[in-house]
Unconditional design. Structure first.
Length: 370
């Protein structure tokens, strides 16, 4: 398994690989983005066409999973990038270029919100209708233990910053018990492929394609097998964008209508439970991105995330988890990082439980992977 010692030498290795794939005169690729994982993305133009290159260091990322899931999605009639080249040893992929017109950019340019969310919902409906068990080969389960471990990121990262010390063992056990009491309900629905990062930053508007094929899919390499409600949560309860409540309600109704045999109560309970789990997890991840990875911009999203969690905890199915939050992370500790984390490193002496609200983040922040 090969990785380069420095970004510069790795980029040189990438360029050498591209020359072998495309031609000796292939120019150096241009960096597009580096996300919250260890992946980096480049674009290259040659012979009047373009490609996107994914650099996924094999000691940190599994590019093979992207290849595997992309193949399945295309077989099901959905638009995942075609793979034009793959070096498993080095972690390099040469991909079809979907362009730059993400749903986020389209919305910022004034595109119809309802229409884009309808397209994204219809793509999920198509995926869940066509999914069958034989597709699940080599894909791990989004099990209760995985969901619980993700939720514990809140205690591992956010709690020490908001409370000034590690979470006491007894309180941690109470947290685990509360989640263990409700997570089994999310297994009541037939399982399907869960893309996990299904939101407008990872969806592309593809001109010239019809139906759900007009929705380009990105960032699905971490897909697991789990509840169909999870990607609905990712889409309609976005960590980085306020979705119009009317649009969210309409899309939930559209999904329910597409599956008349699905238990509507089980879908509703799963949606809110997984919403709370996902929001809890992301609060921990965004804190980690600031503290461990020196990416403080993510803290700007904490006010939205706490607003989302307040709504999710109000659902009756969340009663045990809501009781834990009220007892151990009350409102005075729920925005402890939001104000100062935007501007300067946090100091334990300044953890005074600030409660505040912030404006929505400016467009163009680096993408999160969660």
């Amino acid at each position: 398994m090969k990785t380069s010692a420095t970004p510069n030498t790795r980029r040189a290795d990438l360029h050498a690989w591209l020359r072998g794939m495309i031609g000796e005169d292939t120019p150096m690729p241009r960096l597009l983005s580096a996300d919250a994982s260890f992946r980096r993305y480049y674009r290259i133009w040659e012979y009047n066409r373009s490609w996107v290159i994914m650099d996924a260091p094999p000691d940190r990322e599994s590019a093979g999973d992207f290849v595997h899931i992309a193949k399945i999605l295309r077989e099901l009639g959905l638009s995942a990038p075609r793979i034009h080249g793959f070096d498993a040893e080095q972690g390099f992929l040469l991909l079809e270029d979907f362009g730059d017109h993400t749903f986020s950019r389209a919305l910022a340019d004034g595109a119809d919100e309802h229409g884009l969310y309808r397209l994204a919902t219809d793509a999920l409906i198509a995926l869940h209708r066509s999914w069958s068990h034989h597709h699940a080969h080599r894909i791990e389960a989004y099990s209760e233990s995985v969901l619980l471990n993700e939720a514990l990121l809140l205690l591992d990262w956010y709690w020490p910053e908001a409370r000034g010390d590690r979470c006491p063992d007894e309180i941690r056990r109470d947290f685990v018990t509360a989640w263990q009491g409700i997570l089994p309900q999310t297994g009541a629905l037939p399982h399907t492929l869960v893309l996990r990062d299904y939101h407008v930053d990872n969806l592309m508007v593809l001109a010239g394609r019809q139906g759900v094929a007009a929705c380009g899919l990105l960032d699905f390499q971490d897909a697991l097998i789990g509840s169909p409600a999870y990607d609905l949560v990712s889409l309609l309860r976005d960590a980085r964008r306020d979705v119009d409540p009317g649009v969210a309600e309409t899309m939930m109704a559209r999904y329910r209508d597409a599956f008349p045999g699905l238990d509507a109560t089980a879908l509703d309970d799963s949606f809110w439970i997984l919403g709370a789990q996902r929001t809890t997890k992301i609060i921990g991840i965004f804190t980690r991105l600031w503290r461990r990875d020196a990416k403080p911009a993510y803290l700007r999203h904490l006010p939205r995330l706490w607003r989302l969690l307040e709504q999710e905890l109000a659902h009756p199915a969340l009663a045990p988890v809501r009781a834990w939050y009220d007892a151990h992370l009350p409102h005075t500790h729920r925005l402890a990082l939001a104000r100062n984390g935007m501007h300067q490193p946090w100091e334990p002496s300044r953890m005074n439980g600030l409660a505040t609200t912030l404006p929505d983040p400016a467009p163009g922040l680096p993408e999160a992977r969660y």
